[in-house]
Design a protein around this ligand. Structure first.
Ligand SMILES: NC(=O)c1ccc[n+]([C@@H]2O[C@H](COP(=O)([O-])OP(=O)(O)OC[C@H]3O[C@@H](n4cnc5c(N)ncnc54)[C@H](O)[C@@H]3O)[C@@H](O)[C@H]2O)c1
Length: 383
């Protein structure tokens, strides 16, 4: 007897679900490798039907199982009508842009519409960031969290760095040695020379580099530091108008295409206090030439310090210094680590590496960092 089909619906026919030349993200590839012949992609929800059609054609042309009967629906409601309210979809992957998600009212109420249309879904994987609106009661981000909780499904968010093997090793050593986190320090240095997508450079489109990009490191910070005291966040920035903020290798005409008030900071340095007493810090830089990013995440405890690097490569490395035992630095390399795969495996096992609630806390922290930087600029101008 062949196994029961594993039923998947993709929301968004774009890069996160179907891959791009720029990075390792590609959720369809991971579910294909997990389920092979038993995969059944019921459909793709995307208002851009031509793009969805193209993705299905490419899968069929490559002989990938699971796409023979894949439907295309422009809206969640049409998906719900076609499948019926009793359809227990095994996994829905929500990879639409954040501008359509995370809030209680149109046009950003996609989660609520999907929950209404596919109420029997067993697992949801929702991409980061969970919203694109400034967090507020009015926008209703917490209502979306409540709705996911009330659905009874397992809900995870696409903060895949929380599924890295190096992160597991840090967690285990902290637990085994009974350590308490004293601080976290994250840095995300972006290589900008060939980055020309308008969204990267316009904070009105993408909410800026902390909310859109450094958010992955904010999620790791909260994983180790616990909840942050948002009022404690202090941020300083180097802006495009500051002398050190002039970039010599811009690959597009920023002057002509981005209004001054919409331009992104070149350097962001933030510090905050966690509720549990530790201190967190994050530095984001738009300053590397070429196209290789540089990211690093440190966890500092009494007697033991951890430094995780190369998180975007297939071989992340972790440096551990157990100074309670000596001065030597251990190096652990995790070859072929695929956090995107682990993220899906854990979600389906009922233990997501990042819950929707944790993702929402990350979102709130990143906005607090951005807003503290903007406030500081205004105070600066008053001096
Ligand atoms: N975790 C990661 O490493 C990672 C990597 C890439 C993207 N992402 C995230 O994934 C999300 C999507 O990014 P992308 O690069 O795939 O974008 P994309 O622009 O390539 O694709 C988005 C798709 O969503 C569709 N869409 C728009 N409105 C929709 C709606 N209301 N319902 C359904 N579909 C809709 C668009 O037509 C488009 O086809 C973003 O939140 C992004 O931050 C995460």
């Amino acid at each position: 007897m062949s196994p029961a089909p594993f039923k998947v619906v993709f929301v968004g026919a774009g890069e996160i679900n179907f891959g791009s030349a720029e990075g390792p993200w590609n959720h369809s590839k991971r579910v294909e490798s997990s389920f092979g012949q038993s995969l059944s992609v019921l459909g793709i929800v995307d208002p851009d039907s031509a793009r969805a059609e193209k993705q299905i054609e490419l899968k069929k042309a490559a002989g990938v199982p699971g796409y023979d009967k894949t439907a295309i629906w422009p809206t969640p409601e049409l998906a719900g009508e076609a499948l019926g309210a009793d359809c227990a979809v095994d996994l829905v992957i929500v990879g639409a842009p954040p501008h359509f998600r995370g809030c209680a009212a149109p046009p950003a109420d996609l989660d609520l519409r999907l929950l209404g249309a596919l109420p029997k879904t067993k697992h949801w994987l929702v991409e980061k960031p969970v919203s694109a609106a400034q967090p507020s009661k009015l926008a209703g981000q917490s209502k979306v969290l409540e709705a996911y909780n009330a659905s009874g499904a397992v809900v995870g968010c696409g903060y895949m760095m929380t599924a890295l093997k190096g992160v597991d090793m840090i967690k285990k050593m902290i637990q085994d040695k009974g350590l308490t986190v004293m601080g976290t320090a994250a840095r995300y240095y972006m290589a900008y020379e060939f980055a020309t997508k308008p969204a990267w450079w316009n904070k009105v489109i993408s909410c800026g580099p902390i909310v859109e990009q450094a958010t992955h490191l904010a999620s790791l910070s909260l994983l180790f530091g616990g909840a942050a005291r948002l009022k404690s966040v202090r941020t300083h920035t180097v802006e495009h108008s500051d002398a050190p903020g002039k970039l010599s290798k811009l690959g597009f005409d920023e002057e002509a295409t981005v209004q001054p008030e919409c331009r992104i900071p070149r350097y962001t340095s933030a510090v905050w206090k966690y509720k549990a007493g530790a201190v967190g810090s994050l530095t984001h830089v738009v300053g590397l030439h070429g196209n290789t990013y540089d990211t690093e995440f440190e966890v500092i405890c009494d007697g033991t310090t951890f430094r995780l690097v190369d998180m975007y490569t297939p071989t992340p490395r972790l440096f551990i210094r157990q100074s309670d035992q000596g001065a030597e630095v251990e190096v652990h390399a995790f070859a072929n680590d695929d956090p995107f795969q682990t993220q899906i495996d854990r979600l389906l096992a009922g233990t997501p590496s990042c819950t929707y609630e944790q993702a929402l806390q990350t979102y709130e922290l990143t906005w607090a960092i951005r807003e503290a930087g903007e406030r500081e600029r205004l105070e600066d101008q008053d001096e």
